[in-house]
Design a protein around this ligand. Sequence first.
Ligand code: PBG
Length: 325
Amino acid sequence: MTLVPSIRPRRLRRTPALRRLVAETRVHPAELILPVFVREGLSEPQPISAMPGVQQHSLDSVRAVAEAAASAGVGGIMLFGVPAERDARGSAADDPAGILNLATRAVVEEAGDALVVQTDLCLDEFTSHGHCGVLDASGEVDNDATLERYTAMAIAQAEAGSALLGLSGMMDGQVAAVREALDLAGHEQTALLAYSAKYASAFYGPFREAVDSQLTGNRKGYQQDPANRREGLREAELDIAEGADIVMVKPAMTSLDVLADVAAVSPVPVWAYQVSGEAAMIEAAAANGWIDREAAIAESLTCIKRAGADAILSYFAIEAAGWQR
Ligand code: PBG
């Protein structure tokens, strides 16, 4: 009598207590990493119009954010620098007195025992043309010349106390080059987070305002084509072979298939980045009353984790950590 089913999946959905008990996925505060922008020359934090609730911090206010993240139980903080002066080679990036390296020292001093202090290792915030590397005579991003700049940045960041360098530039061979340079300089304990499958994405839009990006054009000559799934796995495998300690997939919600592919085979942790445009979509829809903001944030983080992320970079990290407790 098929009108009376004996198999009823709804039994386990009946009460909040049952649902909690059978939930397969939980997002723990320690698995969240907060991206933070620090801008040179600020005395007060500045709002970022495309990222409600996110600010450009000063060297002072970044300490307070690090404290807040630590007391929320957040696992780490990813620092991005916004320099006052830019040039073609991104000189401020490897200057020990450059904003990112100063911010790293400040945050390590403030909360380095409670949080894993991480730094973005890429030139785009520091170059006058806004590209992630240096340009050759024809205006193309010069892969191998950029590797030299990355190795100098890596040493400066390791010396400033960064525990985990986030290689987000998508240059070929960047993980191997940086690993070798760090080891030769005595920084063999500094770990590498490779943004392995990083797609050229429209969802980085608000980030460009956050770092005051000088970019005209796009990054399609080095970041991956969102049309390509197999290539994401290939990039992750290359980075692992080159010595990546952790690999990352980004953006998160448009790459859940790639995230699942990488998580299925990776021998190292796999992270995902819920990028600025993903956060902006939630904020904008919520501001219009079209979605429930907190439910949408919680669902997005849960589903990114369900797809295979061991940890997630999210602008909602502190807030979401509070709910998970
Ligand atoms: C490169 C970098 C970018 C982001 C993180 N690292 C920008 C880009 O590739 O254009 C984007 C993150 C976000 O959108 O939240 N330094």
